[in-house]
Design a protein around this ligand. Structure first.
Ligand SMILES: *Cc1c(COP(=O)(O)O)cnc(C)c1O
Length: 501
């Protein structure tokens, strides 16, 4: 198996190379030369296994240049070091709330309480193994611009990983109090979180400029440093996400909720289209999936695309109570377009259109093919809160805002289609990451309460344990104090790397 760009065939890479490089040279995304067709026996073989063993099986089908032992080591370092909740033996747990119509796949038992841990605990291990395998002697600097969740999950994943350093830029005053504390208290010898005077776009354009600044990159190369990125278009972030769909299915069979071979649907709260695309790969590999429900918030560019075939980012941008889905360019959709058409020239044409005019339209046949698998709907903030309220009232189960969007999407989908297939709601964050919205939704007051008082109150109301990583923020020392102008980000990089030798 090899990896090449969604936009052309100029490059052929091993998976280790694709993971180290992140993005193809022509601006496209790396895709595998084939998707292994494994059928039901592969799913059956998952029964009774630990999450780590399931992960090894899935990874070995795509990362064919890694040895079995290498994958085993990576997986164990990612998931089996005690940084996932001890109670969640399976790491990605399927919960069956009482009297609830849908099982919930909880993906937030990692160290930062968001589903990004599932991939960002593993990606650094895959990267550092890739460096070793490919005999790369350079030090790698991971640069991240974050509006919140990704930054912390990346810091935690890369902390103290040999031969790699990580520098995260976030907008000063532009992240939530919890997100700020999560990053500012970050420990590790190879990490830095720097606030920039500016907004998220300034941080992101600053990072992009650094990546494309040839002179600056040559200067770094002369010092034995190469830049890389950990964002969600990296193949090494996508492939770990395929695992939990298989794992969830096996769990449902083990719990007697479905029989082996029964079809299930998944409803996925979607931003960059990475999580739901991983479910599509699982389906192609043989997991019995009927529909994938793409759940969006008021930034409903994907709902429109999956309904009409036109992707148009020229629209107002809304700040919602589901900030991790406040996104107008869903980068991983490019991979789906490739797999649906097999036509790289056409994908390139659409992506050029997106870059030039902010929009593109696919042909009716492609849309029909996509709609065979994908359904879509979007939920506004009020309905999201009402959903949290109703689910809590009926089942005493607390959804975070993002997961509530996915929950409501299934209700809307069922109403529209009458499809009663067992549908799993994918839950992407702990409710303790969004205390204020969740408390308001369940009808508890928040006035005058700071984040920690809100944590306590949510605990009182719900009885749900506060994740260790979030409760410990009360007493942790602030270690990351750097603040720079957005024009000084290169200097921040240079200064940080001086300290890394
Ligand atoms: C990142 C994120 C999402 C969106 O996932 P994509 O893979 O970008 O579609 C949804 N919910 C939460 C809590 C997230 O952090």
């Amino acid at each position: 198996m090899y990896y090449s760009s969604t936009r052309g065939d100029a490059e052929k890479k091993t998976s280790a190379e694709a993971i180290l490089e992140g993005l193809a040279a022509d601006g496209g995304l790396f895709v595998p030369s084939e998707i292994p067709q494994l059928g039901l026996p592969f799913v059956e073989a998952m029964l009774g296994l630990s999450y780590e063993e399931r992960a090894e099986k899935v990874l070995s089908k795509f990362l064919t240049d890694y040895t079995e032992q290498e994958l085993k080591d990576c997986v164990n370092r990612a998931y089996n070091r005690g940084n996932f909740d001890a109670a969640a033996k399976k790491r990605a747990e399927v919960k069956l709330p009482e009297d609830a119509p849908f099982p919930v796949l909880e993906l937030w038992h990692g160290p930062t309480s968001a589903f990004k841990d599932m991939a960002l605990q593993l990606l650094p291990q895959l990267m550092s193994t890739a460096l070793r395998k490919n005999g790369v002697k350079d030090r790698v600097l991971i640069l991240v611009a974050t509006s919140g969740d990704t930054g912390k999950a990346a810091l935690e994943g890369f902390r103290d990983v040999p031969q790699i350093s990580i520098l995260v830029f976030y907008p000063e005053g532009g992240v939530s109090r919890i997100q700020y504390l999560q990053m500012a208290t970050q420990e590790g010898g190879n990490v830095n979180a720097t606030a920039i005077r500016g907004n998220f776009d300034d941080a992101q354009s600053g990072v992009k400029e650094i990546f494309s600044d040839k002179a600056f990159n040559e200067k770094l190369a002369a010092d034995g440093i190469r830049l890389s990125s950990a964002n969600s278009i990296n193949w090494g972030r996508l492939v770990p996400q395929i695992v939990y769909y298989f794992s969830a299915y096996a769990d449902l069979v083990e719990k007697g909720r479905i029989k082996m071979g029964d079809a299930v649907n998944f409803s996925v709260p979607t931003g960059n289209f990475g999580d739901i695309l991983a479910a599509y790969y699982a389906k192609c590999m043989g997991l019995p999936v009927h529909k994938l429900i793409c759940a969006s918030n008021a930034n409903n560019v994907l709902t429109e695309f999956l309904t009409t075939g036109t992707y148009d980012r020229n629209r107002p941008f809304y700040k919602t109570i589901t900030p991790s889905m406040d996104i107008l360019i869903s980068s991983n959709l490019e991979r789906l377009l490739y797999h649906m058409t097999g036509d790289k020239a056409r994908v390139k044409g659409w992506m050029d259109g997106l870059a030039r005019t902010g929009r593109y339209s696919v042909d009716p046949e492609t849309l029909a093919k996509i709609r065979d698998t994908f359904a879509a709907s979007w939920t506004g903030d009020d309905q999201t809160k009402a959903t949290i309220h109703d689910v809590f009232a009926r089942s005493h189960y607390v959804l975070d805002t993002h997961s509530a969007v996915a929950w409501h999407a299934v209700e809307a989908y069922r109403e529209e289609t009458g499809d009663e297939t067992m549908t799993v709601v994918v839950s992407t964050a702990s409710p303790y990451k969004f205390n204020a919205s969740v408390l308001e939704a369940v009808g508890a007051g928040t006035e005058g309460l700071d984040e920690f008082a809100m944590q306590d109150k949510l605990h009182e109301v719900s009885g749900l344990a506060i994740p260790r990583g979030l409760s410990s923020l009360r007493t942790k020392e602030i270690r990351q104090k750097d603040v720079v102008d957005s024009a000084e980000m290169r200097e921040a990089v240079t200064a940080f790397m001086k300290k890394q030798d």
